[in-house]
Ligand binder design. Sequence first.
Ligand code: G6P
Length: 360
Amino acid sequence: SDTEKGTYSHFMLKEIDEQPFVIRNIIQKYQDKDGDIKLDQDIRAALNDADRLYVIAAGTSYHAGLAGKELMEKVAEKPTEVHIASEFLYNEPLLSENPLFIFISQSGETADCRGVLVNVKEKGCRSLTITNVPGSTLTRESDFTLHTYAGPEIAVASTKAYTAQMAVFSILAMDGARAQGINSDFNAISELGLIANAMETLCDQKDRMEQVARDYMSGTRNCFFIGRAMDYHVVQEGALKLKEISYIQAEGFAGGELKHGTIALIEDGTPVVGVTTQQHVNANIRGNIQEVIARGANACIISTEATKEEGDTIVLPNINELLSPLVSVVPLQLISYYAALHRGCDVDKPRNLAKSVTVE
Ligand code: G6P
């Protein structure tokens, strides 16, 4: 059942493995019998009416929001801002005339998000919650809800909820494009089908991922993750996964920003995970990876069939570049899992962390 580990040693590993099924489930739930997207008319209208979207979230859900912004802007041409809930709460930006707030929350209970929702409702703003828990506080208090259908997520470190959130965003973006008559060839439904297959391929490579964790993470104090554009978003999530469960100090950086400070920390043997799935910045991030290698870094390179070069560590199946985090995060999740396991950490219940944070 959903709340039992079965043959798995940890919920986290089980939940990583469930991702292809979750994505296929989302396709089912958001598709009508003609293969078109099925979305509440009121949500479609609210999105259409909004002049700007404000995405509010915390932790891993915030990272899903960063990718979601790209989808909303590039597919649905909606100006979108993403904010950390606890920051927005006490440092509100100037709002547009007709904003729509989108709360992303696995649990639907995060107090920082709720605080923002209470404030913006007072101003008369409309709100949509993307959550894994229908009936949660945020769904009860916001105008609209989109369900991520990921099933219960037990491990404290979020995995399947993150990919499910981005999948739902892709459907919302495609619907938004259609509703505005934007001529886009982005088809979330068919892309998500390909993504589920790619996820499955990666989940079948656990031995390889475990070896990568040994080659790059054993005995290290710190680890850097770099990427550009969409890959910058996913490396932030990769770093969060690693630090949450293995306690290795990890940070995700924009490749081009390294030279402005962080590169000072690279020593002989420092692991640097470089993700490159975006063809238009492949040469740039390759340059950044060379810069860290020249300073002794142990570079782990994750590319795709379209961006690969000889000697890359992990090559992902080809994927739509706008949805690449759904696939590129899978090796990052697995590497973090094995790194934590090798260190004897309590993978499902890391110290100091709670699954849902219902106090400010
Ligand atoms: C906690 C969890 C994180 C999660 C964050 C936001 O910090 O440990 O895994 O990403 O809360 O939770 P939410 O339920 O709002 O997505």
